[in-house]
Design a protein around this ligand. Sequence first.
Ligand SMILES: Nc1ncnc2c1ncn2[C@@H]1O[C@H](COP(=O)(O)OP(=O)(O)OP(=O)(O)O)[C@@H](O)[C@H]1O
Ligand SMILES: [Mg+2]
Length: 324
Amino acid sequence: MLLDVRDLHVEFRTRDGIAKAVNGVTYAVDAGETLAVLGESGSGKSVTAQAVMGILDTPPGRITGGEVLFQGRDLLRLGERERRKVRGAGMAMIFQDALSALNPVLTVGDQLAEMFTVHRGMSRKGARAKAVELMDRVRIPAAKERLGQYPHQFSGGMRQRIMIAMALALEPALIIADEPTTALDVTVQAQVMDLLAELQRELGMGLILITHDLGVVADVADRIAVMYAGRIVETAPVHDLYKAPAHPYTRGLLDSIPRLDRKGRELYAIKGLPPNLMHIPSGCAFHPRCPMAQDVCTTDEPDLFDVRRDRGSACFFYRECLRG
Ligand SMILES: Nc1ncnc2c1ncn2[C@@H]1O[C@H](COP(=O)(O)OP(=O)(O)OP(=O)(O)O)[C@@H](O)[C@H]1O
Ligand SMILES: [Mg+2]
């Protein structure tokens, strides 16, 4: 297994109290595999990714438990120097907002070339050639001519391609893409997503794709992990999950998007609000919003049960849920 996150816990100490953002996340990604991480805003998708990458703001954030095994080593036990080596060469991250992730006062060529001079000890000339190669690879037209331009001189879609190029530069084994296309308009979204999926296949990388967009997930992901209140509530191969969700929250998410195969059916909205992470409900955190909740759900916290090989659900009533 390329990445194996086990029982990860992260909290934030704030003036108002302790926000329990990640409460025992367990997920794994293999080489060449795409794991989509799905869930409402505030469910802990980004914080989990930041903890895996080693870029969590500490303080206020604090990892209070768990393991992040990457190629067999627990990253949480490495010092910052070791950790930095893993970032970039081992794993890289793509963010939603390229404009704030790229350096505004350096040309795109310099930023790309720096990856090779700093991390690979290459000459300036060699590094620039590599930069052009990367820009070609992410299909930026007239790469050589655009090397001397600054991030703001590129369109949103092109900037996102540059960030993908930066992430790919050192050929990491794992890429974490956090809402990589959310800021783009729809047609450009699809192009950037296709590019990312293609490069991932070509290079055999593991990919964690954090997204709100269930439509994107179906096309590119192998597996899905659905998060709620800082936990994985369901995990399954994409098509199994679409066919029959094993958790009422997943069902709610699926029923709240328009689908061609369900034309004519009314769209559904999950009732209520995401939980306050300073006061997560007892038992199953989803119970106040769950149409299937029973007494046990208010008192006992469900484990992630093995639904069948390769599938897990943290619902006492997953069988009923599967039957629909
Ligand atoms: N810097 C911070 N200080 C305090 N609390 C934080 C901080 N960053 C995150 N949190 C807490 O962690 C929770 C989870 O945040 P996270 O960014 O992981 O959500 P998300 O699932 O990525 O949501 P979105 O879909 O909106 O990106 C937040 O609701 C917030 O309570
Ligand atoms: Mg996020």
